[in-house]
Design a protein around this ligand. Structure first.
Ligand SMILES: [Zn+2]
Length: 148
């Protein structure tokens, strides 16, 4: 049992590291967030924070404030599944940062059953909402300098 749990933890850390690498795609300067949606050990979607398709790849306005139409990494990953033939029902979402309340709503509606994140965002209202919806929420720290 303990071994199984350790294996799951290893898998979780790997996906979180991949999500962290994926976050590097983000054009956003203030914050780069990456997300992966995994089902049956298969990545069915990915996302990073950024502007919607067709908009210029600049996330911040002249006052260095994030533009209101920037989509969060998890929102991008979820909407990408919606536009594909896959279903996020029963999937796990890996995010480099804990979800905000807006993304938590999308995660619930997408039928995602587990959320794993590696960095705490300044508010935990998103995680609280997820837990109220019966979604498993796991915080897993990844140490990039450490070889797993
Ligand atoms: Zn969000």
């Amino acid at each position: 049992m303990a071994e199984k749990r350790n294996k799951q933890l290893d898998v979780d850390k790997r996906y979180l590291r991949m999500a962290a690498i994926w976050a590097e795609n983000s054009y956003c300067i203030r914050r780069k967030v990456g997300s992966l949606i995994v089902k049956d050990l298969r990545i069915i979607s990915d996302g990073y924070n950024g502007t919607p398709s067709g908009f210029e790849n600049i996330c911040e306005d002249e006052n260095n404030k994030t533009k209101p139409y920037v989509l969060h990494a998890e929102a991008n990953a979820i909407t990408k599944v919606a536009a594909s033939s896959n279903s996020s029902k029963g999937a796990t979402i890996y995010i480099t940062s804990s979800p905000c309340i807006e993304c938590a709503k999308l995660i619930i509606q997408a039928g995602i059953v587990r959320v794993v994140y590696s960095e705490k965002y300044h508010t935990d209202e998103g995680c609280e909402l997820l837990k109220r919806a019966g979604i498993v929420v796991d915080f897993v720290e990844i140490n990039n300098t450490h070889q797993e």
